[in-house]
Design a protein around this ligand. Structure first.
Ligand code: C6P
Length: 403
């Protein structure tokens, strides 16, 4: 049970927008930031600013300890076997680009297949297209059902000895579908393919255990888990990361440099060239501590209640059609409204202080699958309330009258 008092941990929730209390329903785009995370970032810049892994002075050493503490916290949070398997990146997008470039160029050759699904975010499509162009590999796409579920039968049939990499989202940002990732990983491994999980929409909502899943790589962003933008994680099995070439060259990722030859640092530094987003990484520890304090089970329970209630209420609006009705769903609701363009609806809701996202949500192939160009999307977090769902429903009805 999560008390409403939890809302006071998020200062942004206390504000008015266009004269109305903010109703923030755009959590799939980015979550609000907790005061503890804001404090951690402030503290770094106010008192503790220093570069990491480079100095012998107090602040640098203290910063390095805190930076590495986050790595340890992430390792425990996702149950990775070693801290060397945790690479800090700019976010999910960079994590997937890193795997696509470093692993892709290593394991793919002409005619090999990369398997994606119709519901992937552009961040889990375009990096693979780039590496496919370079290597001659071919992208295959797993179809989805009308309710927004992976067609498992088709998936099994698409997997073959040419499939080298499968990359699939754990939770769809547009449909909310929770994909049967564990089963899919097992099937991929039976064919000898490596499996990358795009966990951008999972981390703040459901427990993720990389050992239990047996995924080879997993990517996520801090800003979708109450943390700062510009920070993310790539988890990779140590042996795979070990064998991959570096992603970028620069400071920290080297062991020795001469003009003739450079040798590379050990994991994880090999993949962390240049000065990282130190304050952001340090704050990621506070995000995880915060999530664990609230409890992922409590979060899932509250979000499921919000999803059920919102689905029920939205279904009562005439002309409203839900896009994405998978049996296993996260609290993301996409919909279209007869006679109203999602952008117009979004603007009218915004005037009532209600923030939703409208558009293709960086999933254009998915839009095409449903024969639409855009949806309106309300995405919830545990700090949202049933009253806010009511406001959304009233807001849509008002907008409907105006449009
Ligand atoms: N989805 C949304 O509104 P970045 O931008 O790197 O933090 O995350 C990219 C990304 C990758 N995969 C999935 C499943 C995602 O949902 C996102 C980000 C946001 O749905 C912004 S487009």
């Amino acid at each position: 049970m999560i008390p409403d008092s939890v809302r006071s941990d998020f200062p942004a929730l206390g504000q008015q927008v266009h004269g109305h209390p903010l109703v923030y329903l755009d959590n799939a785009a980015t979550t609000l930031k907790s005061q503890s995370v804001i404090d951690a970032i402030n503290l770094h810049y106010q008192k503790e600013s220093a570069n990491v892994h480079r100095g012998v002075h107090f602040l640098s050493e203290q910063g390095t300890v805190k930076y590495e503490e986050t790595r340890h916290t992430v390792q425990k949070f996702i149950n990775a076997l070693s801290e060397r398997e945790i690479i800090f990146t700019k976010g999910t997008t960079e994590s997937i680009n890193l795997v696509a470039q470093c692993l892709g160029q290593q394991v793919l050759k002409e005619g090999d297949e990369i398997l994606l699904s119709t519901m992937e975010h552009h961040s889990n499509i375009v990096p693979w297209q780039l590496v496919a162009e370079k290597t001659g590999a071919v992208i295959k796409v797993v179809p989805i059902t009308d309710s927004g579920e992976i067609e498992l039968e088709a998936y099994s049939q698409l997997l073959n000895e040419k499939t080298k990499i499968v990359s699939i989202s754990y939770i769809s940002n547009t449909l909310g579908s929770i994909n049967p990732i564990k089963e899919m990983i097992e099937l991929a491994h039976e064919k000898g393919a490596l499996f990358v999980v795009d966990a951008a929409q999972a981390m703040a909502h459901i427990p993720v255990d990389v050992v239990d899943l047996d995924c080879d790589f997993l990517a996520f962003s801090a800003h979708k888990m109450f943390g700062p933008t510009g920070v993310g994680v790539l988890y990779g099995k140590e042996s795979l990361l070990e064998s991959m070439p570096p992603y970028q060259g620069g400071g920290a990722m080297i062991e020795t440099v001469t003009f003739e030859k450079t040798t590379y640092n050990q994991l994880p530094e090999k993949f962390e060239a240049g000065t990282p987003h130190i304050a952001g990484v340090i704050a990621l520890k506070d995000c995880i501590d915060y999530i664990q304090k609230v409890g992922l089970e409590n979060i899932a329970e509250k979000e499921d209640q919000l999803l059920d209630y919102a689905t029920q209420r939205l279904n009562m609006i005439s002309g409203l059609k839900l896009i994405g009705t998978a049996k296993k769903k996260s609290a993301v609701i996409s919909f279209t409204l007869e006679g109203a363009h999602p952008h117009d609806l979004g603007t009218l809701l915004d005037q009532q202080g209600i923030a939703i996202r409208t558009g293709h949500h960086c999933t254009q192939p998915l839009m095409k699958r449903f024969g639409i160009t855009a949806t309106a999307r309300a995405s919830f977090s545990f700090y949202n309330t049933k009253e806010e769902v009511d406001k959304l429903v009233d807001g849509i009805r008002k907008a409907q009258e105006l449009l």
